[in-house]
Design a protein around this ligand. Structure first.
Ligand code: ADP
Length: 296
């Protein structure tokens, strides 16, 4: 079984002709509210593929929290581990202009109140999970506690997004560390990244994770382990909206690893899942079933 530990946000989206300046008001489109947050996205993506998936997260005791829980349950996610209260549900306030550029303000809210104590209290969920997947939209000390709470023999997958320096203890547990180009460059720092993605993968591997996956958008992905670096084939599709593709990739990878697949095969499957996700609008709304992936 897969346990996703992470964030759940309500994404509040308004289309605008142009953004307001200081003290100015502009009128925008009707409000669209979408379930989001990297943790919520990963859990929905995995469950839609057919993975037995539980989410450990925190939402507020408010309408957004109920909306997010409904979206998780509709996808088949076990939400018994979702904690309620302590702060308002996390929100992303998003304006999109006619050229498609967006400006985003995130209020972490309840995501920032998911504590190490919450992780320790969820020991039963950890015992039931072969794979635990996390991201960095929750406090870093909480992610450290996730690593400490892993059951013997269970596998840890981390997408360090938004990227920030990681303690050696967390890096050493990652199998794999999953990064896109931006995250790779931030983790490695300017000047150390090297020119080719293969260099990023090797440099990141030298930081201590057991394996590394670098996602490369339309170019597919790379997997790196002590055995070497390998290309994962990309899938040619007409991309409509890449929002949440990385989350779908990470969730699919974690699920296939939990099913016992080798890293390269699991990543190839995840690339197909990511490819379907970019052919449709939205994040959670765009995630495919296993049958849709097979039909690609
Ligand atoms: P992120 O969303 O984190 O920036 P990427 O853009 O690298 O991550 O996308 C994650 C994965 O989704 C890629 O490795 C690839 O497999 C798939 N993907 C993303 N964009 C495309 C695309 N335009 N065509 C085909 N596959 C894509």
């Amino acid at each position: 079984d897969l346990l996703v530990v992470g964030s759940a946000n309500a994404d509040l989206v308004i289309g605008v002709e142009r953004r307001p300046g200081p003290g100015e008001t502009v009128l925008g489109s009707d409000l669209a509210v979408h379930p989001g947050g990297k943790g919520g996205n990963q859990a929905v993506a995995a469950a839609r593929l057919g993975a037995r998936t539980a989410l450990l997260a925190r939402v507020g005791d408010d309408a957004h929290g109920r909306l997010l829980l409904d979206a998780q349950r509709a996808a088949g996610v076990d939400t018994a581990g979702v904690l309620v209260g302590g702060a308002p549900t996390g929100v992303a306030l998003i304006t999109v202009d006619p050229s498609g550029d967006n400006s985003i303000v995130v209020s972490p809210g309840a995501n920032g109140r998911l504590t190490p104590g919450d992780i320790r209290a969820a020991a039963g969920l950890f015992r039931a999970s072969r794979v635990v997947s996390a991201q960095l939209e929750i406090p870093l000390e909480t992610v450290v506690e996730v690593v400490r709470g892993l059951s013997p023999g269970s596998r840890f997958v981390l997408n360090p997004s938004p990227p920030r320096p990681l303690p050696a203890e967390v890096l050493a547990a990652c199998d794999p560390l999953i990064v896109n180009e931006h995250e790779a460059k931030v983790l490695l720092g300017e000047g150390r990244a090297g020119v080719a993605p293969e260099d990023w993968a090797r440099s990141l591997l030298a930081e201590g994770p057991r394996s590394v996956v670098v996602t490369l958008g339309a170019a597919g992905a790379l997997v790196a382990s002590p055995a070497g670096v390998a290309r994962v084939p990309s899938v040619r599709v007409a991309a409509v909206d890449t929002t949440g593709a990385g989350d779908a990739f990470a969730a699919a990878l974690a699920w296939r690893l939990g099913a016992g697949e080798p890293l390269a095969e699991a990543a190839a499957y995840a690339a197909r899942v990511g490819a379907v996700a970019v052919t449709r609008a939205g994040a959670q709304e765009s995630y495919p079933t296993a049958a849709e992936v097979a039909a690609l």
